[in-house]
Design a protein around this ligand. Structure first.
Ligand code: NAP
Length: 325
C-alpha cells in the first residue's frame, strides 16, 4: 500500500495554491525544479522513490493505483514529470524496468492529469534525434539511436495522446548541483581531471554536446508553466539547450582551467570508440520557439557555472583563494 505521508513543510504547502507536483524531485533536475517553483511562490509537492524520505513523498510511479491516488489526493494544477531512467547503458541492460518507468508510468500520469485537469510538463531529451543533421527544430522527425531515446519518444507520444494540452521540453546533457560527481555525465569528468599523475587519460573528442545547467532548465519550466496556464495556445514541444558546443574532452579542460589545475594528462580521442550503446554525434537543439515566445533565460558561461557545481568536490580548498578571490 503506498504511503503518502508528508513532511511538515509539504503540509504547509498544501494550504495554499497554485500547486505543482514534481516527479523525480530527488533527482538532478527535479531538485532544481522544486527550488525554482518554491522561490517563485508555488506550493511544491515533490515525489521520489528510493531517496524520497524524509523530504518528499514516496511514490512508485510504475504502480498505477499509487499514481491515481497521488493525483486525486493532491490535485496539482501543474505536474512537472522529471522521473525517468535516463542512463542509456542501464536502459539497454534493464529495458523492461526502464520502459515501465519511461513509457508506462508516463502514460498513467498523462491519463490521470487529463482526468484531474492538471497541466502536464514532460521532460524529454535530445536523444530522440539521430544526430546526423543538426540543428533540430521541434517539428523535425525524431529517429532515436538507442533504447533510452526510443523510450523517451514513446513517453512523448503517450503524453500527446492522453493530454493534448501538455508541454514537452527536450533538453540535452545536464549538469547542476550534484550529491556526488557521478550523478551527472558532465560532473563525472571531474574525477578524470583530478587524476593528474604520470598517466594520461583519453577523453572523447568526437561527440558534440551542449551541457545545460539544471537551474536554467528549471527556470524555463516555471516560465513555461506560468505562461501556459494563462494561454492554452502554449502547448506541444519546446527545445531548450546550453549554447556552448563542447566534447567531453573540452568540458574536462574547461573544468581544469576553472580551478587552475593541469590538463596535460587529458588526451583528446578523435576516433570513435567501438560502439557500446549508440549515441547521436550531434543532436544540437534549435531553441527558437522558446526564444520567440520570450520563454528562454539568460545562461551563465559553462566555465563559471561548472565551477560552482564542483566547488564542494575540490580536495584542496586553497584553490578557493587562488582562483576566485
Ligand atoms: P535522475 O537524477 O536520474 O533522477 C531520476 C529520478 O527518477 C529520481 O528522482 C528517482 O527517484 C526517480 N525514480 C526512479 N524510479 C522511480 C519510480 N519507480 N517511481 C518514481 N520515481 C522514480 O534524472 P535526471 O538527470 O534528473 O533527469 C530528469 C529528466 O531529464 C529525465 O526525464 C531525463 O530523461 C531528462 N534528461 C536528463 C538528462 C541528463 O543529462 N541528466 C539529459 C536529457 C534529458 P529516487 O532517486 O528517489 O529513487
Amino acid at each position: 500500500m503506498p504511503d503518502f505521508r508528508i513532511s511538515g513543510s509539504q503540509e504547509e504547502a498544501l494550504v495554499q495554491g497554485p500547486r505543482v507536483l514534481v516527479t523525480g524531485a530527488t533527482g538532478l533536475l527535479g531538485r532544481a525544479v522544486c527550488s525554482e517553483f518554491q522561490t517563485g511562490g508555488w506550493m511544491v509537492i515533490g515525489t521520489g522513490y528510493r531517496r524520497a524520505r524524509p523530504r518528499f513523498l514516496r511514490c512508485d510511479l510504475t504502480d498505477e493505483d499509487a499514481v491515481r491516488r497521488l493525483l486525486h489526493e493532491y490535485k496539482p494544477d501543474v505536474i512537472v514529470h522529471c522521473a525517468a531512467e535516463r542512463r542509456p547503458d542501464v536502459v539497454e541492460r534493464h529495458t523492461e524496468a526502464a520502459v515501465s518507468l519511461n513509457v508506462h508510468a508516463t502514460s498513467t500520469l498523462a491519463k490521470e492529469a487529463g482526468v484531474c485537469g492538471a497541466l502536464l510538463l514532460y521532460i524529454s531529451t535530445d536523444y530522440v534525434f539521430d544526430g546526423r543533421n543538426p540543428p533540430y527544430g521541434e517539428d523535425d522527425s525524431p529517429n532515436p539511436l538507442n533504447v533510452y531515446g526510443r523510450s523517451k519518444l514513446e513517453g512523448e507520444r503517450e503524453v500527446q495522446r492522453h493530454c493534448p494540452g501538455a508541454l514537452i521540453l527536450r533538453v540535452p546533457v545536464l549538469f547542476g548541483e550534484v550529491e556526488s560527481v557521478t550523478e551527472s555525465a558532465v560532473t563525472a569528468l571531474w574525477l578524470t581531471v583530478l587524476e593528474a599523475t604520470e598517466e594520461s587519460y583519453t577523453l572523447d573528442h568526437c561527440l558534440q554536446r551542449f551541457p545545460t545547467n539544471t537551474r536554467d532548465v528549471a527556470a524555463v519550466c516555471r516560465k513555461l508553466a506560468e505562461r501556459a496556464r494563462q494561454d492554452p495556445s502554449i502547448r506541444g514541444v519546446f527545445h531548450f539547450s546550453g549554447k556552448e558546443q563542447m566534447t567531453k574532452y573540452e568540458m574536462a579542460v574547461a573544468m581544469a582551467q576553472a580551478f587552475n589545475l593541469p590538463s596535460n594528462h587529458l588526451i583528446p580521442m578523435t576516433e570513435q570508440p567501438p560502439p557500446s550503446t549508440p549515441r547521436p554525434m550531434n543532436s544540437q537543439l534549435n531553441c527558437s520557439r522558446l526564444e520567440l515566445l520570450n520563454l528562454s533565460v539568460e545562461q551563465r558561461p559553462f566555465a563559471s557555472a561548472i565551477g560552482d557545481c564542483l566547488w564542494p568536490f575540490t580536495p584542496d580548498k586553497r584553490w578557493r583563494q587562488t582562483v576566485f578571490h
